[in-house]
Design a protein around this ligand. Structure first.
Ligand code: ADP
Ligand code: ZN
Length: 724
């Protein structure tokens, strides 16, 4: 044996979609330290890696390359490494790809870069210019400030600051790279809870104090104080000296949420989501890793942050589909939140007014504690829900029924507000040539082009391709022959303006709101009563609280899911219930009008009667009979590539090679709902297995033996939510 002995080897995982980990040489002491972050050479590059454990191979030491450990405090908690292993096993993603979710701010591991600054130096002699006087007055407090800050705060140009510094009147100093995060104060306000809330809060506090794994469904109608109640659990985590993670399905939702948190705890939580700059990421990541950020509110990716002292996870709106990540590592953050809590040995709280069937069943059979908040807080009552039968109440070419228009007039007359919900961007979902019946489709996707009339364009909602609205039909060349079919938010607005010319109307959709800031501005304006009627897509369906909003209208409740989606009823119910939940959240009672052509549908009936649990029980029965999740297991395989024939061949070959097994069926291949997206042809296979079957094992054996052409990409989706 050589002198570079086995003790100085370690297996290191790198954040790339490779199998791994790989063995490296490591300076003494690093070998057993799972989670230690290192710089490792890979090919010609050097990248970050993480010590995963003892070296596994028996390559001669002289053939191994050396990795360099970073500072001991720059490390991932070993529990996070366990989580990465677990997620990789479950999703079938390469471990390195899952690690990449963790190392999302690689420069967080670089040494701190102090910022150059100045403090007051020696008092200069003689007369000073007024600009220089201003600087000295500002700096008299002795605080260090950066040059741009001095210039801004003193109201002078940076050149003046520089000139003064050269005289010795300002001395160089340095500031920490980042402002520290404020510590939320669990006693910032005194909270008076209703008896139901108090019971739920006490239960959650006790779970946090116990400091072991437990799962809880916080199930309360919209406006019942679920947020208020789980804040008590966060307060307890703070009191116990542990960190807390609050997952939110969308950043748009955090706009009001952050202020709400600040009102309870005296400062905002740290944030984590895709709209952050690199620098903000680096700041938050370091603060989480160092234990300085005590509470993080974030989107699903926050689940992979390196909390050293995690004591509580909350998944708000747990049923929300935005928790599912569909690309790269395909996972559901709600489910993985439960897994992380189990690994960290801490409580997890799933909160919703419309729990997913999976979670509801887990609560029903006692696997999760079930905390119920059956009524709205304070004087607010649940809104009255009415169905409007469009078969009887609508005129051709109109999308607002008489009862809905009457309702809106009433709202305007009393100075209240209304929300109209339609999950269709643009003017009309389909544009048809009246001469030949041709439908304009995207050149990259097998999807219709959607007219956006304000901008005079046709847009593909899948790849973003757009063109000017053509004058002539591209098929028969008829001039101005296009007719819009069906409603979009713009068309509803047009109709509304014609019927209610004095109303102040705004549209909230991802077209009109480019950034969370725009969203915030619009919501604030609505909150101030500057808008009477807000027409919105799903981005306004949830979370928001507007005391003057007394009428919610659903333009078309029948826009359900596509064929083959076992969750389409459940989802319709959830989104319509959430929309309904916006109405009547304060003193004034609310009303909800749901326009539908299927008033007898179980979803509509459940909404009308408020019989949510009966609806879920029925859903459960239907799915049990079909062996659908959660009674059976599903995995979707999607093959996609630029060459349609190659994709179809690969899909056929894959299906033909599926091992025969008891309790497993493989369906397909079949063209995906959108057969071509972004120029890629797509074929799908669906694997259905009985509940007791290890579907991952089955897939590993099957897919491991397959050779798929490099131009075809295979995505495995365990527990698929999307059937497009
Ligand atoms: P949910 O999360 O269930 O929709 P929220 O926690 O948002 O409900 O509560 C709805 C509204 O009622 C909010 O404006 C909230 O501030 C208020 N509220 C709820 N519980 C209380 C309480 N105990 N004291 C004061 N206000 C409360
Ligand atoms: Zn397209």
């Amino acid at each position: 044996m050589s002198t570079t002995n086995a003790a100085s080897r370690a297996s290191v995982l790198v954040p790339l979609p490779l199998q791994g980990p790989y063995d490296y040489l490591l300076a003494e002491g690093g070998e057993g330290q799972r989670g230690l972050v290192v710089r490792a050479p890979l090919g010609k590059r050097e990248i970050l890696g993480v010590v995963w454990g003892k070296a596994e191979g028996d390559i001669a030491p002289e053939k191994l390359r050396s990795a360099t450990a970073l500072l001991p405090e720059q490390r991932l908690p070993p529990s996070l490494c366990d989580f990465v292993d677990w997620v990789a096993r479950y999703t079938l993603a390469p471990r390195g790809a899952v690690l990449a979710q963790v190392l999302r701010a690689p420069d967080a591991f670089d040494p701190e870069k102090p910022r150059p600054a100045f403090v007051l130096g020696t008092r200069p002699e003689g007369r000073l210019t007024p600009a220089r006087e201003k600087i000295l007055t500002l700096m008299a407090d002795g605080l260090a400030r950066s040059m741009p800050d001095i210039a801004e705060q003193a109201g002078v140009s940076p050149g003046v600051v520089k000139g003064l510094a050269e005289t010795g009147a300002l001395r160089s100093a340095s500031l920490p790279e980042f402002m520290p995060f404020a510590i939320p104060d669990q006693n910032y306000v005194e909270v008076t809870l209703s008896p139901d809330q108090a019971e739920a809060a006490l239960h959650l506090r006790e779970a946090v104090v116990k400091n072991e794994y437990s799962a809880h469904l916080l199930d309360g109608v919209t406006g019942s104080g679920k947020t208020e109640s789980y804040f008590e659990a966060v307060a307890e985590a703070l009191a116990q000296g542990r960190q807390a993670l609050i997952l939110l399905p969308e950043i748009a939702l955090t706009v009001q949420f952050l202020d709400r948190f600040a009102a309870r705890f005296g400062c905002r939580p740290a944030e984590w989501h895709s709209e952050m700059t690199e620098r903000e990421r680096r700041r938050t990541y370091r603060a989480v890793m160092g234990g300085h950020a005590r509470v993080v509110a974030g989107a699903r990716s926050a689940l992979f942050l390196p909390f050293p002292e995690l004591g509580l996870i909350i998944a708000d709106e747990e049923h929300d589909q935005a928790y599912k990540q569909d690309e790269g590592v395909v996972y559901n953050a709600r489910d993985m939140a439960v897994v992380r809590a189990r690994i960290e040995n801490c409580p997890v709280v799933l909160s919703s007014a419309t729990p997913s069937l999976e979670t509801w069943l887990n609560a029903k059979n006692g696997r999760y504690a079930w905390l119920k908040l059956p009524s709205r807080h304070g004087v607010a009552e649940m809104p009255e829900i009415l169905l409007v039968d469009l078969r009887a109440e609508s005129e051709p070419g109109k999308y607002l029924s008489t009862p809905l228009l009457e309702g809106l007039k009433g709202v305007l007359a009393s100075g209240e507000q209304a929300l109209l919900f339609l999950n269709r961007r643009g003017y009309a979902p389909l544009t048809l040539c009246s001469a030949c019946g041709h439908k304009e489709t995207c050149r990259n996707c097998s999807a219709w082009m959607v007219e956006h009339r304000y901008r005079g364009r046709l847009v593909c909602h899948h790849c973003g391709f757009e063109t000017k609205r053509p004058q002539k039909c591209s098929s028969c060349e008829a001039v101005e022959s296009f007719i819009p079919c069906g409603p979009g938010v713009e068309r509803v607005e047009e109709e509304l303006r014609a019927s209610l010319p004095d109303a102040r109307i705004a549209i909230a959709s991802s077209d009109t709101l480019a950034s969370p800031k725009d969203m915030r501005r619009l919501l604030e304006s609505f909150g101030r009563g500057e808008i009477d009627i807000l027409i919105g897509t799903q981005i306004v369906a949830k979370g928001h609280h507007f005391p003057q909003l007394t009428l919610a209208g659903v333009i078309d409740a029948d826009l359900g899911g596509v064929g083959g989606d076992p969750r389409s009823s459940e989802r319709s119910f959830q989104v319509l219930y959430q929309v309904a939940g916006r109405a009547g959240r304060a003193e004034k009672p609310g009303r909800v009008l749901i326009q539908t052509r299927n008033p007898d549908d179980p979803v509509m009936q459940a909404l009308k009667s408020g019989a949510r649990d009966a609806f879920l029980a029925r859903e459960a029965e239907t799915r049990e009979r079909a062996g659908a999740p959660p009674f059976g297991r599903l995995a979707a395989l999607l093959l996609a590539g630029p060459d349609g024939d190659k994709v179809r061949d690969a899909a056929r070959a894959l299906a033909a090679s599926a091992p025969k097994g008891r309790g497993v069926r493989v369906w397909g291949p079949a063209p995906a709902f959108y057969q071509v997206l972004r120029g890629k042809t797509r074929e799908r296979l669906l694997v259905q297995a009985e509940r007791n079957i290890d579907i991952q094992d089955y897939l590993r054996v099957w897919l491991g033996a397959q050779k798929i052409p490099s131009s075809v990409r295979l995505t495995v989706d365990i527990d698929p939510m999307s059937f497009f």
